[in-house]
Design a protein around this ligand. Structure first.
Ligand code: M6R
Length: 593
């Protein structure tokens, strides 16, 4: 939520800031702004509601080699020019990612001292606070801020007294400083500067940094100097969407994503032994995640229970973190998060650790915050996922559950079969992409629908839930996912001639049952689409559209079936004139509660 960038060095800061903000726009895109020292000690601050492209045109000609920028996902205060970052008070101009939970009381304390506020944001309170406590020592003021502010924050700050420095602070929101040749980059995600340097300093919670063109000086929360550790960044060069959109591009990257993820997992013997060790010493498995990652856990549960005959509990991380979960030092909690920055999932992991559980993290971002709490990290190799809708990452998460099951199972025959299927996945998913045109036609036909239902049984029910989430978030159409056997227990009342029901049928043993449910839909005049590898289903139901998946076994089939669901959501979005990469009200990385 919100992207921060900063630059100091020999280039024109504005150019890097705009470029970096475009790369980080997935983190929030309701407004953007920048502030740059003009070379004579003055700070030029320009901010606008709207996309970074609007800021780009408003900042042409902005000179200076030191500056900060921000792309916003509003938490406090509507998206507007005035609420956009940077915020300025006195000598301080700053950008903020996160939430200041006690901003109301800070504001009222400062207001009582006669300070004025111009915005409805929580972030402005930080600038006003810094201005209030500043006595010429910025590090001291920032230490005081760390003690005063409650909540999560990553800050990049300019102070008029130091036109050749950017100050940074981190607590529970990501912040990384890229170290170049006589230049430094500040960003929420190293993707923003990965084309300039692969050396970076990942700030830890409660650290303060003083960044100059020569590098970074680090301080702890009390202002004491700390050693600096420079690491190699893991993100590959950010590839711009050279086709229709990032969502479309990322769906088409699925075959490679699954190939790389499986290769990485099976090539690492130490990791496989670690998996065996961690799962065999525990007797309870709990999986947590949010949104698509949660839906992947539902599939993971099914895989573990089918292959390993081990019971698994799945919890929404946002619920798990606020209950008193029945877990202890004999529990392994598997936390799934593409970004590794989701606040609810990180909080769930911290709770699990506090109760003595072991934590296995499945994430797509190697240096992400969540990895710091993990006993073991399993890395999905989906590559950077920029579109807000999770697509390729979902498949790689499911794939890792399958990979883990193969090393934990002692049924050698079924392990060999699953491994063979995993090997065939790049091909299987590639073949499935051939449904593209057919799916596009469907979207053209149904894009005016006001409501779409997805149904399935067992694993297919988990897929139905993911299909519905995808459709809602990028097309704004009301949609629900149901276990097909549940229709007659209430939902059937919603079905009439306006209804569209999409059935996922990949589980042979319950295929007929779902087809029966479709008959019930048709009897009420509803339209019916079937997605299945079973040709026979065509004869069982006279459907309005039939999407034939390439054949594969029950455990692997969901990985293929999700592709037409993702493409359907994508095309519905396009047909309705929506930008699928930037759906309203959402951001890729949900770093606040
Ligand atoms: O980065 P994470 O996997 O932790 O994100 C979790 C959810 O916010 C995410 O999956 C969200 O539901 C997606 N936008 C769905 O497409």
């Amino acid at each position: 939520m919100c992207g921060i960038v900063g630059y100091i060095g020999k280039r024109r800061a504005r150019d890097y800031i705009i470029q970096g903000l475009k790369i980080l726009e997935y983190r929030g895109y309701d407004s953007a702004g920048l502030a740059v020292f003009d070379g004579c000690g003055k700070i030029n601050c320009i901010k606008r509601a709207g996309y970074v492209s609007q800021l780009e045109s408003a900042t042409i000609g902005t000179e200076g080699n030191c500056g900060i920028g921000h792309t916003r996902w509003a938490t406090h205060g509507a998206p507007s020019d005035v609420n956009s970052h940077p915020h300025t008070c006195g000598k301080f101009t700053l950008v903020h990612n996160g939430i200041i939970e006690n901003f109301v009381s800070i504001k009222s304390q400062l207001a009582n001292k006669g300070k004025r506020f111009l915005t409805q944001t929580d972030s402005e309170a930080i600038a006003v606070f810094l201005d209030d406590v500043y006595d010429g020592d910025v590090i001291k003021a920032l230490s005081a801020a760390l003690k005063k502010l409650k909540g999560s924050f990553a800050l990049a700050i300019l102070c008029k007294d130091f036109p050749d420095k950017i100050f940074v602070v981190k607590k529970q929101s990501p912040l990384v400083v890229g170290i170049g040749d006589a230049e430094c980059f500040v960003a929420s995600d190293c993707m923003a500067f990965s084309q300039y340097t692969d050396k970076a300093v990942y700030l830890k919670d409660n650290e303060i940094g003083e960044v100059s063109s020569q590098g970074i000086k680090l301080f702890d929360g009390n202002g004491n100097r700390k050693a600096v550790k420079i690491e190699k960044t893991a993100t590959e060069y950010f590839a711009p969407a050279d086709c229709k959109s990032f969502m479309y591009k990322e769906i088409y990257e699925i075959p490679k994503a699954v190939q790389y993820t499986a290769e990485e997992f099976f090539a690492n013997d130490e990791k496989k032994l670690g998996v065996v060790d961690i799962f065999s010493k525990n007797d309870k498995v709990v999986m947590i995640g949010c949104g698509t990652a949660y839906n992947a856990c539902l599939v993971g549960k099914n895989i573990f229970e089918t292959v390993l005959r081990v019971p698994v509990e799945v919890e929404l991380a946002s619920e798990f973190r606020y209950k008193n979960p029945i877990i202890d030092d004999k529990t392994v909690v598997v936390a799934v998060s593409q970004s590794g920055e989701t606040a609810d999932t990180i909080a769930g992991v911290r709770l699990a650790k506090s109760k003595g559980a072991d934590v296995v993290v499945i994430t797509n971002v190697a240096h992400s915050s969540i990895t710091r709490y993990a006993d073991m990290v399993l890395h999905t190799k989906a590559g950077a996922e920029v579109a807000v809708a999770a697509t390729k990452s979902y498949l790689t998460q499911i794939l890792l559950f399958l990979c883990v099951a193969t090393v934990l199972s002692d049924d050698l025959k079924s392990v060999a079969a699953i491994k063979k299927e995993i090997e065939s996945l790049p091909q299987l998913t590639q073949k499935t992409l051939a449904l593209d045109e057919q799916v596009h036609k469907l979207a053209k036909e149904f894009c005016k629908k006001q409501s779409v239902f997805f149904i399935g049984r067992g694993l297919d029910y988990a897929l139905a839930l993911e299909g519905t989430l995808k459709l809602k978030e990028v097309s704004y159409i009301h949609s629900e996912g149901f276990a097909s056997g549940e229709l007659k227990h209430g939902t059937l009342a919603l079905i009439d001639k306006n209804a569209l029901v999409i059935a996922v049928v990949t589980q042979r043993h319950v295929a007929e049952k779902t087809c029966n449910a479709l008959h019930e839909v048709q009897a009420r005049g509803g339209k019916v689409v079937i997605i299945t590898p079973f040709e026979k289903a065509k004869n069982d139901v006279e459907c309005d559209a039939f999407l034939q998946l390439p054949s594969s076994s029950g455990l692997i089939a969901p990985m293929s079936a999700i592709i037409p669901l993702q493409l359907f959501a994508y095309y519905m979005s396009i047909e309705r004139g929506i930008n699928p990469d930037k759906p309203r009200n959402l951001a890729k990385s949900v770093t606040v509660e």
